[in-house]
Design a protein around this ligand. Structure first.
Ligand code: ADP
Length: 500
């Protein structure tokens, strides 16, 4: 396991130079090295890429103190909204300028196809930075006509919430960081970012770009480290005003517990088990690729993954055949090969977990339509897998697998109510989709589905301007759009006593 990954040779010069720089923690505008390190592996080969510091609670204290100073006293606190917005926009420009390099780093760190990283993760990120930059100058309060007879002139101010801890997962490491960093910077907050231990590289490259853009010291800090160490210290820290977390529902509950000491604000973007309902009147030329991408994009390691399919009985056999054919046609390979459509999963642990779920599904009586095995001798690959004839009690139907595994069940022809009931039978409620050409049915079903985002004749619906978040145990709060600005601001009411 200590050999260096041969895929390092596939990186461009810029990405290789970044790795060679051996960056440490980024605190108060300085790079700090630590003896304790975490190894970073290439999931396509299970071989070493580099190592990064294993930041601990003392490092979190330093980073939070730097963020506090920058928030309370530094030039950031006095900066005009227009100048702040220009900095955020400049960061967006830098992300775009270095997009190929960032995509390569993401591909070797997480395993995902570099083409998806470039045109999905990174492209979305620079557009989100620009979108949020525009809000900087529009954080207005209101003047409020009062209901009581007191002679007040009253108005509200919208102010940044303060020091924000941002704890992000490994599945879209860079993009999840930007989902949180962009609105926090736009509103004038300061940040301590903790990337996932599996995928720390792009957060460190982001810190370099923040430096290059010219943000004042302490506004943005990165502490790499373990979840239960650096992450837990951040979530519990008394001088952190808000914690924003994306990850598993299980860890989300721990964040909540840790955050209660100082009642810091909490936003959570957690797991999902998103249903896709396919009616017999759907256009299958649209639905089949959308459903396949709904589950297999990012190897199913997507919180919104369309992991449960409910298909109307009369078309079930044809749909299963078409989906299996599509799945078997997907090209599996290392993320750094531009032709790859399915890369490895992020880790050996994740691979074992996903293969275990597939076995449990088959053991519970599901029918394996395709896939089901690991792929190749090296790395953490799992074949795109479809399990049919699944039933609501099965673990593969109830639990988030976070891998390329679609479970499928049928509903009786015309029984819309049962399709909706099955789709809503989950503790989660992040995303869903409905496939039909009947416009009335499409909107009626979309309205009855319990999920934060519903796609009609598509599955993954995300946009910088569109609120994103979950019902039920999929989380608290909405990221992106104006909703994200609300997450990172406090409203203050001011009343002026008038002498008449
Ligand atoms: P996954 O289960 O998919 O690895 P997690 O929810 O465990 O995702 O991790 C998401 C992020 O939460 C990572 O940055 C991880 O380090 C962090 N994390 C894990 N455990 C804790 C914890 N107890 N407190 C704070 N952060 C944590």
């Amino acid at each position: 396991m200590t050999d260096t990954s041969p895929n390092l040779a596939r990186l461009g010069d810029a990405a290789r130079d970044f790795i060679a720089r051996g960056r440490g923690l980024f605190i108060d505008g300085e790079w700090r090295q630590r003896d304790a390190q975490i190894e970073v592996f290439d999931p396509a080969t299970a071989k070493r890429v580099t190592s990064v510091p294993r930041g601990n609670a003392a490092d979190v204290d330093l980073a939070v103190a730097a963020a506090r100073r920058a928030f309370d006293e530094g030039p950031w606190a006095k900066m005009t909204p227009a100048d702040r917005g220009k900095l955020v926009w400049r960061l967006g420009d830098l992300v775009e300028r270095h997009a190929d390099e960032l995509a390569e780093l993401e591909a070797i760190d997480n395993g995902k196809p570099v083409t998806d990283a470039r045109w999905g993760d990174v492209a979305f990120s620079h557009e989100l930075l620009r979108y949020m930059a525009g809000w900087s100058t529009k954080l207005t309060g209101e003047t409020i006509p009062l209901s009581q007879p007191a002679p007040f002139h009253a108005y509200t101010l919208r102010e940044p919430v303060g020091v924000c801890a941002q704890i992000v997962p490994w599945n879209f490491s860079f993009m999840m960081a930007i989902w949180k960093v962009a609105p926090a910077l736009a509103t004038g907050c300061t940040i301590v970012l903790k990337p996932a231990e599996q995928t720390p590289l792009t957060a460190l490259r982001l810190a370099e770009l923040v430096e290059e853009a010219g943000f004042p010291n302490g506004v943005f800090n990165v502490v790499t480290g373990l979840g239960e160490e650096a992450g837990a210290a951040l979530a519990a820290h008394d001088d952190v005003d808000k914690v924003a977390f994306t990850g598993s529902t299980e860890v989300g509950k721990k964040i909540l517990e840790a955050a209660k000491g100082n009642l810091k604000k909490v936003s959570l973007e957690l797991g999902g088990k998103s249903p896709m309902i396919l009616f017999a009147d759907a256009d299958l030329d649209v639905a089949i690729p959308a459903i396949a991408s709904g589950i297999f994009y990012n190897m199913g390691q997507t919180c919104t993954a369309g992991s449960r399919l409910y298909v109307e009985d009369s078309i079930a056999d044809a749909v299963h055949e078409a989906l299996a054919e599509h799945a078997q046609g997907l090209r599996i390979g290392p993320g750094l090969d531009p032709a790859t459509q399915i890369g490895p999963l992020v880790s050996a642990e994740q691979q074992a977990k996903v293969l275990g779920y597939i076995q449990s599904g088959v053991g519970d009586g599901a029918r394996l339509l395709c896939g089901g095995r690991h792929h190749g001798d090296d790395g953490y690959f799992v074949e795109p897998t479809i399990l049919a004839d699944t039933a609501p009690h099965m673990a593969v139907v109830k639990e988030e697998i976070f891998g390329p595994v679609l479970v499928s069940a049928t509903f009786a022809d015309g029984d819309v109510a049962s399709a909706v009931r099955e789709a809503n039978d989950s503790i989660y409620g992040l995303a869903a989709s409905v496939f039909t050409q009947d416009i009335d049915k499409a909107h009626a079903v979309a309205k009855r589905i319990k999920a934060g985002t519903v796609g009609i004749n598509t599955h993954h619906v995300i946009d910088p301007a569109l609120p994103f978040g979950g019902f039920g145990q999929s989380g608290w709060g909405r990221e992106m759009g104006w909703s994200a600005i609300e997450l990172y601001t406090e409203l203050k009411s001011i009343g002026v006593a008038l002498k008449r």
